[in-house]
Ligand binder design. Structure first.
Ligand code: FRU
Length: 496
């Protein structure tokens, strides 16, 4: 059978002349390149892959198409760090060169086995623009950092009966004496499911069946991508990236969304008994997150700070997207909360603190930093409507607004000339119990904001593409409030 070809299915080995250098130079000149968020040197980044703290270092791989800001032949790019802050770029870990991965090395997760890091991934196969299949594959990284594809690949050839070619994104873990692999899948009836394989040695896998989840996902849900499973303080958590959910007030406002479910996994009966589930991040740009165990066994997560099928202003510059910052997950009062990883404190340089009382209207808290961290505690009994404006100047600003009467928080990114994503609206919202004090902890990095509210109870991840001058932070209110704040300028990671 002849291989299905399209210009976008080209690996980095097929780069012509100095085309990569030209791309690199073009992207280096972008004023929207983040200072400390993991981002591509050129081309498009999407899902974080294979995350691990391994052999004393943090390894982050990510989906990468090198040749431009679109989804083509996916590679696994690789960066590492010993402190989660200073990243070093390493040679591309997976370049799709083999027949079993003919149209890309798709997402997957890692697991340490016998002192080696096993990287599980999906070999994407296309027969035509519409028809596809998938192989599950393995690459092994030793302590010397060399990544070698397993010589018996694929470890799972094709998809099981009853499923379309959309079977991908292996998450592998050990439970008792067995290894299990969760895969996102689509049934032939076009509904999204998770399927399970098992193995005694992490190499030979057999199909076990479908994982039954008592989540009332609508029939319109046609695919579940990027499953993740972990435990925090004995609480089991499943994270999925479902496609085809319908938007409801405060929920699933993006084209694709992410859900976490708390519950109990029973591998004998293949069930995950859900006790509660929620959307993981309420912002505009968040998808396909993955978690791993950090240095002190804490649960860390990176997500893709981007959304498929949305045109971003940097597409013109031949690059797109970045990862979120690493976040530490915890379970507090039956909720999954997210906090910036403690290691991020190492980024702090100059700081400025203050306490400000404002009766009405707005005031500037600060301006001049393109990359900063802001910690505030806002106290107010009276005000109905109050909040902060980031990336603020006289012409634009990202507005975070708390509304006491409806007990909601909204994020509005409409007010920018570099508008994008209009097909999915400019406002995101979440329910929040607004008492006398609201805490806002935000990280801003040139073209991304990650906003943690009330110790990570609600989190918004959003990209914005401001003018160079829009570095202001504004506070506004309709009635008296007091704001205690600290602003830290954050260092740039020059090696990225
Ligand atoms: C999620 C996803 C995955 C797939 C990868 C391809 O964003 O669609 O399901 O493996 O991206 O880049």
């Amino acid at each position: 059978m002849t291989k299905y070809t399209e210009p976008k299915y080209r690996s980095i080995h097929e780069a012509e002349g100095n085309e990569l250098e030209v791309l690199k130079e073009k992207v280096a000149a972008s004023m929207w390149k983040p200072a400390f968020h993991v981002h591509p040197e050129h081309g498009l980044l999407n899902d974080p892959n294979g995350l691990a703290y391994f052999n004393g270092e943090f390894h982050v791989f990510y989906q990468w198409f090198p040749f431009g800001a679109f989804h083509g032949m996916k590679h696994w790019a690789h960066v590492k760090s010993n402190n989660l802050v200073d990243w070093e770029r390493l040679p591309t870990a997976l370049v799709p060169t083999e027949d079993y991965e003919s149209h890309g090395a798709y997402s997957g997760a890692s697991m340490e086995v016998d002192g080696k890091l096993y990287l599980y991934y999906t070999g994407n196969i296309k027969f035509s623009a519409e028809e596809r299949s998938a192989n599950q594959c393995l690459a092994i990284m030793g302590k010397d950092g060399e990544v070698l594809k397993y010589d018996k690949n694929p470890i799972i050839e094709g998809v099981p009966t009853g499923y379309t070619g959309h079977v991908r994104d292996p998450k592998v873990f050990r439970k008792g004496s067995m290894y299990y692999m969760l895969l996102g899948a689509q049934r032939e009836d076009k509904t999204g499911e998770i399927i399970v394989y098992e193995s005694k040695d992490a190499l030979d896998w057999s199909f076990k069946g479908e994982l039954r989840l008592n989540l009332d996902l609508p029939e319109s849900c046609y695919m579940l991508e990027c499953p993740d499973y972990f435990e925090i303080k004995g609480q089991e958590v499943l994270v999925i990236s479902p496609q085809g959910l319908e938007a409801k007030q405060h929920h699933y406002q993006n084209l694709y969304n992410v859900i976490y479910a708390l519950g109990k996994l029973d591998m004998e009966n293949l069930t995950f008994d859900v006790t509660d589930y929620q959307e993981l991040d309420k912002g505009f740009d968040f998808y396909a997150p993955q978690t791993f165990e950090g240095r002190n066994k804490e649960r860390l997560m990176f997500g893709w700070a981007g959304m498929a099928e949305v045109e971003y202003p940097t597409d013109q510059e031949d690059w797109a997207h970045c990862l979120t910052l690493p976040r530490e997950l915890d379970i507090v009062n039956g909720l999954l909360v997210q906090k910036p990883a403690i290691e991020l404190k190492q980024l702090r340089s100059k700081s400025q603190s203050g306490v400000l009382t404002l009766d009405k209207g707005s005031t500037d808290l600060h301006s001049g930093y393109h990359s900063f961290e802001l910690e505030t505690s806002i106290e107010s009994r009276e005000s109905d409507s109050f909040g902060l404006e980031l990336f603020s100047s006289e012409t634009e600003g990202l507005v975070l607004e708390f509304d006491r009467s409806t007990q909601t928080v909204t994020l509005n990114r409409e007010n920018f000339p570099a508008l994008f994503g209009d097909e999915h609206g400019f406002v995101r919202s979440a329910e929040l119990s607004i008492g006398d004090t609201v805490k806002v902890h935000a990280f801003v990095d040139r073209s991304i904001a990650e906003i943690f509210i009330n110790d990570g109870e609600v989190v918004f991840t959003t990209r914005v593409f401001p003018m160079n001058k829009s570095t202001g932070i504004k506070l506004f209110t309709d009635k008296e409030l007091t704001c205690t704040y600290t602003i830290y300028q954050l260092k740039s990671n020059n090696s990225l």
